[in-house]
Design a protein around this ligand. Structure first.
Ligand code: FE2
Length: 283
């Protein structure tokens, strides 16, 4: 389903946009399911806020155990100085992570389809393993910034293999905090690596190359249903959302079973069975 031109674009630029790949009925189904999960979620954590500011998750059991569960995280700006939510609870959730693809029936059925498998195969992944899923809300007014980073920092394999599937559930615009990427930035070095040692996490510096400034970045404004596929070494970023509209997205992180997956990665398949994508006979 991918043209040679698209494959070349991915190789040279490190990302690819597939405009309106998923139909609106399916998007509505995913959106409804995410909303139901949030409704049913009982906040029993001491630290359910998600921020990329310091990346220190040491001793944060709620986060670490979410590797193989379905858990909700609040936006960093969800609470006022008195500890009260600043808007309706459902509009305060930053994301749901990190095993929707393995546990939730709706997301599981969606996440392993051959439509994704065919893309992964064309872009170089031969033995796909879906490692992580996130439903990201980027809420109106308080949607948090996500600092420049490379996803391979969190899914370290040798050789590097992680690929990100980023599906726009809603239109993503400059106004509501769309993705930014550094075109061809995947050709540069991996700057850091997120290691888990026991219950301690540490961001290890690997290379001192600075993160790109916004003038080196390219905003990726896309319509709902569009899929952005990007290379694990591609630096990307998203701005805070100060608009009145959310910018919901669903992401999958996929590694190649032919590559060695580091035991230091925070996310391990201890209790869940790793699964890739269904096969298609038509492509
Ligand atoms: Fe990322």
């Amino acid at each position: 389903m991918l043209s040679n031109e698209q494959i070349q674009h991915y190789k040279q630029q490190g990302f690819l946009v597939l405009d309106r790949l998923i139909d609106t009925d399916m998007l509505s189904k995913l959106k409804q399911q995410a909303s139901t999960i949030v409704e049913k979620w009982v906040d029993d954590s001491q630290s359910p806020v998600f921020t990329t500011k310091d990346n220190d998750r040491s001793g944060d059991d709620y986060f670490l155990q979410s590797a193989e569960e379905i858990r909700c995280f609040f936006e960093e700006e969800a609470f006022d100085e008195n500890g009260q939510l600043v808007q309706q609870r459902s509009l305060c959730i930053n994301k749901i992570g990190h095993a929707l693809h393995a546990i939730d029936p709706v997301f599981e059925a969606f996440s392993h389809q051959s439509i994704f498998g065919n893309i992964a195969a064309k872009l170089g992944i031969q033995q796909a393993q879906v490692r992580q899923s996130m439903y990201i809300f980027k809420q109106p007014h308080i949607g948090g910034e996500v600092n420049w980073h490379q996803d391979a920092s969190f899914f370290f394999t040798q050789p590097q293999s992680v690929m990100t599937f980023w599906l726009a559930i809603e239109d993503a615009t400059l106004n509501n905090g769309c993705l930014w990427v550094e075109p061809a930035g995947h050709l540069g070095p991996l700057r850091e690596r997120f290691n888990l040692e026991g219950t301690t996490t540490k961001m290890e510096s690997l290379h001192n190359m600075p993160w790109p400034s916004l003038d080196k970045g390219q905003p990726v404004e896309v319509k709902a249903g569009s899929l952005v596929v990007f290379h694990g070494s591609l630096p990307h970023y998203s701005a805070p959302n100060r608009s009145a509209y959310s910018r919901q997205a669903y992401t999958l992180h996929v590694t190649d079973g032919r590559c060695h997956y580091s035991s230091k990665n925070w996310l391990q398949a201890n209790t869940l069975t790793l699964r890739g994508f269904d096969l298609s006979l038509t492509d």
